[in-house]
Write a protein that binds this ligand. Structure first.
Ligand code: ATP
Length: 368
């Protein structure tokens, strides 16, 4: 196994489409790195550049200490699992698993040993004689992963490998991939636009937008300390609530005032960084799980509470999602299942103000 370094990778396609604009990223040996971002942000192109399937316009990629930029894809010692699995339909599962090893002229005994080992790791030993059309989507996905495992490559690349599976199987296979990483301790790069997949799988998550890397951090850090409003809104489901307003000072304390009226006191520890924004526009962010119904919050004060109307309740089983409106904003609160206000009623909503985020409205960067 090896570490991977992307050094200022740029890719401009014909027609002057800039897919990747200066990505610098280090993936540690044995790390599970997830590239996350919306459709078209350049994550697949970045991954394909490492696999040798795209040639970067500029920049370098190192596998271990060696630049791979001039090495053909087939010689890079990297295995990639594609979204459509790309299995050979006329070969049985054994043939599919063995194919890359035969090409590389491994001995028959070694091929058999590696195929059986991979099949056992993935629980597909009983399927070896079947053709791809005779196995289920989840099993095909396992075979696709098995083809990567048998090669014992320096790095595994996954390009949205779960998107063709139904929701239940996707969750199951996600766990399988996580277990596989723990078992074989390999360097893995995984591309997805699904933030839940990214959060559950990644040792670290690299978030991309418009060909640029915005943040590379552990799942918890991207969640708790997003670098900007885009990351804050992209990570988390339901997404973070955003409220535009201004900051003012009263009796030495800072208050956030929503345009249509309500005020929230800014906790002391956040005040220092916010004084530059005094009497200016600012965007407040608060996650749905940091909003509470006053009936269920012990620390409600006029400085952290506002009135809203509950428009819709989505019952999730263990939780309820409350869709609330103030005069000019819609907010989502995730509350306990026992907290079920009447639809259309007024609800006093308490903010856990220590969990508030503030963003510069022009740059959208996090202030605190
Ligand atoms: P998705 O999640 O939809 O696969 P992505 O984040 O992986 O998206 P890329 O596939 O890397 O995005 O594409 C990045 C940008 O480059 C997009 O605007 C895309 O249209 C463009 N692009 C990708 N491949 C080519 C190509 N061969 N020729 C021209 N433009 C391309």
């Amino acid at each position: 196994m090896a570490d991977v370094k992307f050094k200022n990778i740029k890719k401009v396609f014909s027609g002057n489409v800039t897919a990747v604009s200066g990505v610098n990223l280090e993936v540690k040996d044995k790390e599970f790195m997830v590239l996350l971002g919306p459709s078209g942000c350049g994550k697949s192109t970045t991954l394909r550049a490492l696999a040798g399937l795209e040639t970067p316009t500029s920049g370098d990629i190192l596998l271990g200490d060696k630049s791979v930029i001039n090495i053909p894809a087939k010689d890079r010692d990297i295995a990639m699992v594609f979204q459509n699995y790309a299995l050979y339909p006329h070969m049985n599962v054994y043939g599919n698993l063995a194919f890359a090893l035969k090409l590389r002229r491994y001995s028959r005994a070694e091929i058999e040993r590696r195929v059986n080992e991979a099949a056992q790791i993935l629980g597909i030993s009983h399927l070896l004689k079947r053709k791809p059309k005779e196995i289920s989507g989840g099993e095909r996905q396992r075979v696709a992963v098995g083809r990567a495992i048998v090669r014992k490559p320096q790095a595994f690349l996954f390009d949205e490998p779960l998107s063709n599976l139904d929701a239940k199987l996707r969750v199951q296979m996600r766990t399988e991939i996580k277990k596989l990483h723990i078992k074989i301790k390999a360097t893995m790069l995984y591309v997805t636009h699904d933030q839940t997949e990214a959060m559950t799988l990644g040792d670290r998550v690299a978030i991309m937008k418009n060909g640029k890397l915005l943040q590379v951090d552990t799942p918890l850090d991207v969640y708790d300390k997003p670098v900007n409003k885009f990351v804050a809104g992209f990570i988390g489901s339901p997404p973070m609530n955003f409220i535009d307003g201004t900051l003012y000072k009263s009796n030495g304390a800072l208050y956030f005032q929503e345009k249509d009226g309500f005020n929230l006191k800014v906790p002391e520890q956040a005040q220092d960084k916010l004084f530059d924004y005094l009497n200016q526009d600012i965007t407040l962010g608060i996650r749905p799980e940091n909003l509470y119904d006053k009936l269920f919050a012990s620390y409600a004060t006029p400085d952290n509470t506002l009135a809203a109307t509950c428009d819709v309740i989505e019952t999730m089983g263990s939780q309820n999602h409350l869709f609330l409106t103030t005069k000019s904003h819609t907010l989502i609160a995730v509350v306990d299942a026992s907290n079920k206000p009447t639809v259309g009623s007024r609800v006093e909503i308490v903010f856990d103000t220590k969990k508030m985020h503030f963003f510069d409205p022009s740059t959208e960067n996090t202030i605190v």
